[in-house]
Design a protein around this ligand. Structure first.
Ligand code: ZN
Ligand code: ZN
Length: 264
């Protein structure tokens, strides 16, 4: 999608929801663009895992797709680490924090952490229509452009496009939508939630996707690579993978904590 020589790398920090598997973490990913790092969701346990890859002082921004604890709970520890680093002169700028401004009560609590975060409500960002005709909120972190697409979830949520020399689309938590398929149509890697098995269709309706629905959406979007994530710890991952592959009619990767992908 974009020109410009920026290396963009994705590392899986946590892939579980709504609670982690033993030794695991909830939703969290680390994006690298050249020397800058961006945390994409910050679920329980993801900050500890992030420290295995980078120093937290190198974190320039954090993106929270929505205000469910399995996607933001580690902001509390990121705040503590950032405040300490600022005080000790180990970093000079706060972490830019993109997040939805609803539910208001949670947003208010997080927005008050102005000692660590430069808070940017996603819904206040300028809107733009990006190819192939999708209306999104846009922002930039260094050379990386971010696209925020309203998702279909139980509270205000966003899917995120990350554009450098590669183009990643992350579903966040959402039911399948045509807008997401359109946004993902430009993606090298599509990181998509796969919360349910086939029998869960009624349960997830309007909020999440089954693995098969994630596969079908990725197929409609003709993404080059599909990685599924957001796993319920009690489920058989092989069954999720098989059902996603049936929907995608191709090979699907399971997100694995600690794995890194080069984006394209
Ligand atoms: Zn979730
Ligand atoms: Zn959620």
């Amino acid at each position: 999608m974009a020109e410009g020589g920026v290396i963009v790398r994705l590392t899986v920090l946590g892939c579980w929801s709504p609670y982690p598997a033993p030794g695991g973490a909830c939703s969290g990913y680390l994006l690298q663009d050249g020397g800058a790092y961006i945390m994409l969701d910050a679920g329980n346990g993801s900050f500890s895992r992030l420290l295995q890859f980078v120093h937290h002082c190198d974190l320039r921004a954090a993106i929270i797709t929505h205000l469910h604890p399995d996607h933001y709970a580690d902001l509390y520890v990121l705040r503590r680490a950032t405040v300490a680093a600022l005080k000790r002169g180990m970093r000079h700028r706060r972490v830019v924090l993109f997040l939805p401004s609803e539910p208001a009560q949670v947003f208010k609590e997080l927005a008050a952490f102005s000692d660590a975060f430069e808070v940017v409500p996603v819904d206040s960002l300028p809107e733009e229509v990006v190819p192939p005709g999708v209306r999104v909120h846009v922002a930039s972190v260094g050379a990386v452009r971010l696209f925020f697409l309203p998702a279909c979830h139980s509270l205000p949520a966003y899917s995120v496009g990350v554009e450098g020399s590669g183009y990643l689309v992350y579903s966040g938590d959402t039911a399948p939508t045509e807008e997401l398929a359109a946004l993902a149509s430009e993606a090298g890697i599509f990181l998509c939630e796969a919360t349910g098995l086939d029998g869960d269709e009624d349960f997830v309706q309007g909020r999440h996707m089954t693995a098969r629905q994630a596969g079908a959406l990725a197929r409609r979007a003709e993404v080059r690579e599909l990685i599924i994530t957001h796993f319920f710890p009690e489920y058989d991952l092989a069954a999720l993978k098989a059902q996603a592959e049936a929907g995608y009619r191709g090979r699907v990767e399971l997100a694995v904590e600690g794995d890194t992908y080069f984006l394209y």
